[in-house]
Structure formats: structure tokens, C-alpha cells
Write a protein that binds this ligand. Structure first.
Ligand SMILES: Cc1cc2nc3c(=O)[nH]c(=O)nc-3n(C[C@H](O)[C@H](O)[C@H](O)COP(=O)(O)OP(=O)(O)OC[C@H]3O[C@@H](n4cnc5c(N)ncnc54)[C@H](O)[C@@H]3O)c2cc1C
Length: 565
């Protein structure tokens, strides 16, 4: 036997055998896992990749949804909305929302490898440097890093919008005419988010770039120490042992398939269990496991193992609604796509990964502060992290095909950093019974007033002379001449979640008796358990949230690796 063959065989004994995405635990090699990651979503995929850079560490990822591979709607950027209300969505619905005239609202969440990054709108917006400085301040964490630069070697693709529209020129012209709050900002991802800028998106080579396509790409799935199990739902984390009176939680219980009838398994991590099940999944599993508000857990028949009242509280999301203006122009002056266009576009995308289907529907966004002179500040504190932080996000929606504008134009009106808070709690102790999700939308009066400030800002912007030739008149959700009361009611009747829930397992200083994790993301009052996902954000960023989740997961990977070196 040659020396190299001997070395190969020896290596096979030391290292685990080849791994691919599996759907049954019994198909996985019988190895012990150093880390078990609960949820193969945005953060979970990053951790899986980064922790398996060390070939000695075996990592198991447990994902409830199916694989993302070959899911066309998750690959074609313009098809992302098709994924909602399907098997790729958890299909959550909120409790009746008092701030929304008691309506329930849908809250989509990715139920697929890559999690929300496989079904989201691909907007790549980081928020302001104030946002991250505020996190450091409230957690007593004073690390130093320069987050204002774009790297060149990251795994996720980020690109500029790809489908020019007639609306683009109008927006840039209005920005030039008006300046001030609407000034052009060459890169709203630089830390100073204010002004109007071009949208950056997680699209590369005409396809969605998700945590799954980037961090769980075939080259990484080949790693023999990476094990990915899809279509397996984690039902609880269990106390493994006790160390000096502290419960050690390193065992995970899970169920195969999508229903409660699947085969049940348990697996124990040698080093750590990392919860990356997202802002709903993580606090839901913690509570099912007896980690949460002890009184509330007992009320549903769960024996508490750690009394952490902040679990599931502080649920923060941005309220939003869309305004729509038909263009006062005839059909030949505007563009409406037909089924024939759609078929041509798909053919072009299939052939070259180019054309209208590579766009996400928005090319530019205005990030605006409510004026210091506004009466809103007489009664309400400022929820923004600092002066480089917008209060409002106004993304522009065109829908035409250059050079023709669409029949309508739209603007989203989003409160970037709201005051309202909601919660997620258990309906029962059955892990297949959906949680009670109270988004708390518009329960704080500031948020409704801020949306009305957004309407004023949009009106000011559309008063720029460049829009005159379009003869815009507001058609939805109220009219140009609606009364204040009609406007408020219309907002409450249409506003919804911006699908960016965060904060349900928030970071706080190490010694604080509130919060769920310390600044190293270790769950308080237990050992062996960390949380790495959007739930740890103590405050929402003034942005879409995936960039912040990628940053948290990259940083956490370094911290976890360093603590086991
Ligand atoms: C429709 C939509 C559009 C969005 N658009 C944008 C956008 O354009 N730009 C942007 O920046 N952000 C956007 N977001 C938000 C952003 O994608 C999320 O904030 C971010 O991806 C969340 O990452 P996460 O790791 O916290 O959770 P997720 O990515 O949701 O990952 C959680 C994972 O855990 C799995 N999981 C949950 N429970 C269990 C369980 N019991 N057992 C096993 N696995 C479980 C889930 O299936 C999921 O894969 C959007 C979100 C949605 C839903």
C-alpha cells in the first residue's frame, strides 16, 4: 500500500464521510456533532459554512423546510412574490391587531433552506452607522470595526438594480430640483443612509443570491464535516445535564417531515446548540423548551427550566403601506406587460440570465428624516438611533419598461424605526400548534403620525415639476382630497408588517436581568446555547434586515470559533 493511500484511509477514519443535503436523519453518517444549528436560514447557513471551515468540527443543520435547489421562483429575482402562501412560507397570520382596526395580517417567513433570504425581496440595505453604534451602547459592547466599506470577496452577490425604468430619470431629476431631504446619496449603505439612492440587491449573474446559494453552494456542501438535514422540524431543545446548578442545554429534539406524525429524534451537540430559527422560530422553540417567562409557561403546562421573561417580547417591525397614482396618460404613452411579454422575458432569462426578470421591482429609495420642526416631537421621543438615521423609507415602484412608464406609479411608506412593540407567545404546549403573534402594529401613536409625515414628504417630492407631465392623482388607499380622518382610517385599513420582525430574543449587557442573550449571543441562565439570527437585535435597523443578519452571523461565527480554539 502506497503511503498516500494509507494517509487517505487514515484521514477517512479521522474525518467523517461525505455529506449532502438529506431528508432523513437515518441517512446521515453516524458521527457526533460539535455544533447543531437549529434552522438553515439566513444566519444558519452562514454559521454552517463558517464553522465547517475547521475540518475537525462536525456541524449538523436542522431545517424544517425543503431544499432551495431547483425552485424556479427562488432563483428568478422577479418571481419572489410567487413564493408567499406556498410550502416555502410558514404562512403565519397575526392575532387581531387593535392598531389596524382588528384585522389579522399575513407575515410570510421562509420555510426553505436559506430561510427568508430564499424568499425575500433581495433589497440590500444596511441601515445607518448610528444603528450599530446604538446596539454597542445598549449592550455595553464597545468593539471597533469599520462598517462603511464594501468588500470584494464576500460569498453573497450584491449588485445595483438592472432594469431601467422611465421613473428613474424622474426621481433623479426631482432629487436635483429639490435637494435638501431629497438630495442624491451615492451610497446609502455607507453608514449615512439619508437622501435618495440607487437600490443595491442580493442578485448576481441574473439570479437571487441567498444564504443558501452563497454559503451552502455545492463547493461547501462537499465538505465532509457539513451535514444538512431538511424537512425536519425542531420541536424543543432539552436540558442535557447541569453544571454548577446551571442547566446545560445541548440536546435537540426534532420530528421528520411536515406533520406531527413523523419519526422523532434527539441529537446532542458536543460543544453548542445554536438557535437560528428566526425572530418567530427561535422564541417559539425556546418557550416550548421551558425557557421564557416562567409564569406564562406554567399557564400552558410547560415546566420552566430558565425564567427569562424577555423571550418573545420586544417584537419590532416597521409598519408600511403603499400609495398608488395612475398616470394621466393614454395607453400608447404607457406600458402594461402582457402574458406574451412575460413568456418572452422568461425565455430571455432562461437563455442569458438577463432582461426584465432580473429586476426586483424597485430601483431607488428615499430615506427621509421627519423635520425637527414637526409637532410630532412635542409629544414623542425620537426612536431613531441617531442623526444619520432616517425616520421614513419611501421606495419608488414604477412598473414600466424604459422608455415607457407603467400605467401607475407607487410609493411604499415605511416607518423605519417604530415605537410600537408586539410579542410572540405559545397558544399551547403542542409544537405543531402555531404561536400567537401579536405584531403590535400602530399601537403606539407615534407610528401613525410618522406615516402621515411620510405622506407629506411624498407629496412634497411629487410636487417637483418633472412629474407634472404625468398628471398624477392619488387613487389608493385614499384620494388627494381625503380628510384627515379618512386618511387615518385608510391607513389602519391597509397598513401591514414590513416583514422584518426582529428583537424577540434581544441582546443586553452580560449582567442585565432583562434581555435574552449577552453580547456574545449566549442565552442567559443556561449553558451550551446561543442565538444567532434577527431575534437578537435589541432595536431594528432603519433598513431591510438581511444585511444586518448576515453581519451578525459572520461576526458570531468568528466569536464561536474563537471560543473553542
Ligand atoms: C417576503 C419577505 C421579503 C423580505 N424582503 C427583504 C428584502 O428585500 N431585503 C432584506 O434585507 N430583508 C428582507 N426580508 C427580511 C430578511 O430576509 C430577514 O430579516 C432575514 O433573512 C432573517 O434571517 P434569520 O436568519 O433571522 O431568519 P430566517 O432566514 O427566517 O431563517 C430561519 C430558518 O429557521 C427555520 N426554522 C424555523 N423554525 C424551525 C424549526 N422549528 N425547526 C427547524 N427549522 C426551523 C426556517 O424554516 C428558516 O429557514 C424579507 C423577508 C420576507 C419574509
Amino acid at each position: 500500500m502506497s503511503l498516500s493511500l494509507k494517509a487517505c484511509l487514515l484521514l477517512q477514519l479521522i474525518l467523517p464521510i461525505s455529506a449532502v443535503i438529506q431528508e432523513s436523519f437515518t441517512a446521515l453518517p453516524k458521527v457526533s456533532y460539535d455544533f447543531v444549528i437549529v434552522g438553515g436560514g439566513t444566519a444558519g447557513a452562514v454559521l454552517a459554512n463558517r464553522l465547517t471551515e475547521n475540518p475537525r468540527w462536525n456541524v449538523l443543520v436542522l431545517e424544517a423546510g425543503p431544499s432551495n435547489e431547483g425552485v424556479l421562483d427562488s432563483i428568478v429575482p422577479n418571481y419572489s412574490f410567487n413564493l408567499q402562501s406556498t410550502i416555502y412560507d410558514w404562512n403565519y397570520t397575526s392575532t387581531p391587531q387593535p392598531g389596524l382596526n382588528n384585522r389579522r395580517v399575513a407575515i410570510p417567513r421562509g420555510h426553505i433552506l436559506g430561510g427568508c433570504s430564499s424568499i425575500n425581496g433581495m433589497f440590500y440595505t444596511r441601515g445607518s452607522s448610528d444603528d450599530y453604534d446604538r446596539w454597542a451602547k445598549v449592550t455595553g459592547d464597545d468593539g471597533q470595526y469599520n462598517h462603511t466599506v464594501h468588500g470584494r470577496n464576500g460569498k453573497t452577490f450584491v449588485s445595483l438594480y438592472s432594469v431601467p425604468e422611465a421613473l428613474d430619470a424622474k426621481i433623479m431629476e426631482a432629487s436635483k430640483q429639490l435637494g435638501g431631504d431629497f438630495r442624491y446619496n451615492i451610497d446609502t449603505n455607507s453608514g449615512d443612509a439619508l437622501g435618495i439612492g440607487w437600490l443595491q440587491v442580493t442578485v448576481g449573474n441574473g439570479e437571487r443570491s441567498s444564504a443558501a446559494t452563497a454559503y451552502l453552494a455545492p463547493e461547501y456542501l462537499k465538505r465532509p464535516n457539513l451535514h444538512v438535514l431538511v424537512k425536519n422540524r425542531v420541536t424543543k431543545v432539552l436540558q442535557t445535564t447541569t453544571n454548577r446548578g446551571v442547566p446545560v442545554v445541548r440536546t435537540v429534539q426534532f420530528s421528520e417531515g411536515y406533520t406531527s406524525t413523523g419519526a422523532k429524534y434527539e441529537v446532542t451537540a458536543q460543544k453548542e446548540v445554536i438557535m437560528s430559527a428566526g425572530s418567530f422560530g427561535t422564541p417559539y422553540i425556546l418557550q416550548l423548551s421551558g425557557i421564557g417567562n416562567a409564569k406564562e409557561l406554567r399557564a400552558v403546562g410547560i415546566h420552566p427550566i430558565a425564567d427569562l421573561p424577555s423571550v418573545g417580547k420586544n417584537l419590532t417591525d416597521q409598519p408600511q403601506f403603499t400609495l398608488i397614482w395612475p398616470l394621466g396618460m393614454n395607453e400608447t404613452q404607457t406600458f402594461t406587460p402582457t402574458a406574451e411579454h412575460q413568456a418572452q422575458w422568461l425565455a430571455e432569462w432562461r437563455a442569458n440570465r438577463t432582461g426584465p426578470l432580473t429586476g426586483v421591482g424597485v430601483n431607488s429609495i428615499a430615506w427621509i428624516r421627519i423635520p425637527d420642526s414637526s409637532p410630532i416631537w412635542q409629544n414623542h421621543s425620537d426612536p431613531a438611533a441617531g442623526r444619520k438615521t432616517p425616520h421614513l423609507e419611501l421606495p419608488f415602484i414604477g412598473g414600466g419598461l424604459y422608455p415607457l412608464p407603467g400605467r401607475i406609479m407607487g410609493t411604499n411608506n415605511v416607518v423605519a424605526e417604530p415605537h410600537s412593540r408586539g410579542s410572540i407567545s405559545l397558544n399551547s404546549k403542542d409544537p405543531f400548534d402555531p404561536p400567537l403573534i401579536d405584531m403590535g402594529i400602530l399601537t403606539h401613536p407615534y407610528d401613525l403620525l410618522a406615516l402621515k409625515e411620510g405622506i407629506s414628504a411624498i407629496r412634497k417630492f411629487l410636487a417637483a415639476s418633472t412629474f407634472a407631465e404625468w398628471n398624477l392623482s392619488l387613487a389608493y388607499p385614499f384620494k388627494d382630497d381625503s380628510t384627515d380622518e379618512e386618511i387615518e382610517q385608510a391607513i389602519r385599513n391597509v397598513a401591514a408588517s414590513n416583514v422584518h420582525p426582529v428583537g424577540t430574543a434581544a441582546m443586553s449587557p452580560k449582567e442585565a436581568d432583562y434581555g435574552v442573550v449577552d453580547p456574545d449571543l449566549r442565552v442567559k441562565k443556561v449553558a451550551g446555547l446561543r442565538i444567532v439570527d434577527a431575534s437578537v437585535m435589541p432595536f431594528i435597523t432603519c433598513s431591510h434586515t438581511q444585511a444586518a443578519v448576515y453581519a451578525i452571523a459572520e461576526r458570531a461565527s468568528d466569536m464561536i470559533a474563537a471560543s473553542w480554539r
